[in-house]
Design a protein around this ligand. Sequence first.
Ligand code: BGC
Length: 693
Amino acid sequence: MYLDPSKPLEARVDDLLSRLTLEEKLALVHADSKFTTAAIPRLGIPRRWLSDGPHGVREDVGPDTWKPAGRTDDFASWMPALIGLSSTFNPALSQAYGDVIGEEALKRDKQIMLGPGVNIMRTPLNGRNFEYWGEDPFLTSRMAVSYIRGVQSHEVAACVKHFAANNQEWERGTINVEMDERALREIYLPAFKAAVQEGDVWAVMGAYNRFRGEHACHNDYLLNKVLKDEWGFKGLVMSDWDGTHDTRQAVMNGLDLEMGTEKPYESFYLAGPFREGLSKGEFPMSILDDKVRRNLRQMIAIGALNGRGPGAINTKAHQETARRVAEEGMVLLKNEGGALPLDDTKIKTVAVIGENAVQLQAYGGGSARIKTFYEITPLEGIVRRAGQRLNVTYSTGYRAEPDPDLVGRAVHAASQADVAIIVGGLNHSKYFDAEASDRKDMKLPYGQDELIQRVVEANPRTIVVLLGGGPMEMGPWLAKVPAVMLAWYPGMEGGNALARVLFGDVNPSGKLPCTFPKKLEDSPAHALGAYPGKNGQEVYAEGLLVGYRWFDTKKVEPLFPFGYGLSYTSFKYSSLKLTEGKDPKGPLAIAQFEIENTGTREGGEVVQLYVNQTQPGLPRPVKELKGFHKVFLKPGEKQQVSIPLERSAFAYYDPDKKGWLAEKGEFTILLGSSSRDIRLEGKFALSQTSLEK
Ligand code: BGC
């Protein structure tokens, strides 16, 4: 019966559970190699493969080491980093991205993909910011849910991680995080909740850090109370690799699958020691059964017992999606005097400068690295796009080991060219965008500040392209250069995408999913001296005021605000109408307005809706993102947009009432092209107070 796909999932799970021996049950709750759990051939349960990560299917390692397995069939498509996907503000594209991940995972016979990570950007320095979606819980939720749906539409489970409060790499395995309940509920948990309740994600990975004194991988409050009891999560909780530390807590506090412990597999907490505790009657058998059920649910739900489809890898469609995400995720930060797009009929020589123009990025960053089929670098993309018409030169300009000659040669090359394009920023070396360490500051490394200034002195038509996974300081040179393009880590098609955006084949439409502060000390966790914690503990002193919530409420001027990004065209917003929702099950309000492309090029705009409550019962940030919509318009084209406002758009978490409170009274609805470029405003009055648990 458990093999019959026409039978209900729960009945199949119960049936299979009843056939398992104790040893077989135990085998399903811990690893038997770095990324697998054991097969149970007599019942047709295959070996279960898990794989990183968010940006593609990682190469195989192991079995008992982190070293590459040395296979020739473990290449994958390398997709743009999630921070760039987030910048698209396009959930449909996020779903298409998830589709690629799911289809390739199936081809590589992986059952669970270890992503997406949905930790919030609390500090610009987090070494893993590139793997996450920025600073806003609403944006992260919308994008992650779509990603998960994409992955899970291919007989593959997604695994949302790292639950919870894993917002820095510094002391990540030990740091104890303390924060108030409102910050937890309003900032750090929403994306996990949405992944569970809307994305129906089959797996959740615990975090390395401790939370309120207990390790997150076996944390009674987070896993038992919030995730399973309150949210009704039915799938499995796995540990992060080597994130399990205690048998009793692992058994009792909600962990269902132990991975990566640095011990022989039989000595894993959920192996030998668990068996011993069960035999002594220290743990009830029902607790093992619950863990096994959760594991079986995932396997049966994705069809792992019935033979899954073939999948596909690095198809034309995958390459196309990679390129579209890269194109739509690029953020035009500055563009003066029409410096961009470049017109290849009006220039003859382009001097490309900078190590990141040629640096391969795919195989870096830690667990998110990808053994990619190919990687089009920025230089290659520019040469492919414009090399036939234009003379493209290349000069290194800067590199990790200082070399004063490089600057001189780059300056000379720039002086000989019509346009200079500096491709700089960060990379995946330790202390930049890399797992297990944080950045040390927000500055550009390797003397790039000086290089940029010298080059722009030699050639005022200098375009700066930045790669990186988070905010970078630009103070020394920003005023001097006419154009800056932020490309994040744009994936295997990145160079092609960049060239298409620079030469105007594509109009940039990416928006920042995080604030770029002028300097690190402006950022809340740093302004308050909270980061990186003291004596193994970090108190999130800024509470709710993360990212733009802090900058706006405290009136701190950022370098670039959340939601910011320019276009080669312009948009006009008009005719806002706020109406009350009529359907009792539908949204409480609907914001309707018109948007028109008033420029000369086709382009996309991300309309952002922020909510402000005039007199909240508890203090609230001055604005919070509660809706967005991306529109693509031809020149002169006008469109009606409506954004629904659910009850959740008005509510905040009331820790005393332990629920989401939407208060009767006045709200201001702000519609803008960024969090600081509000184009339309309207008032809306909620007629009733309501509380939801
Ligand atoms: C990372 C996870 C990853 C796991 C397996 C850990 O170090 O924190 O994100 O999925 O390794 O590679």
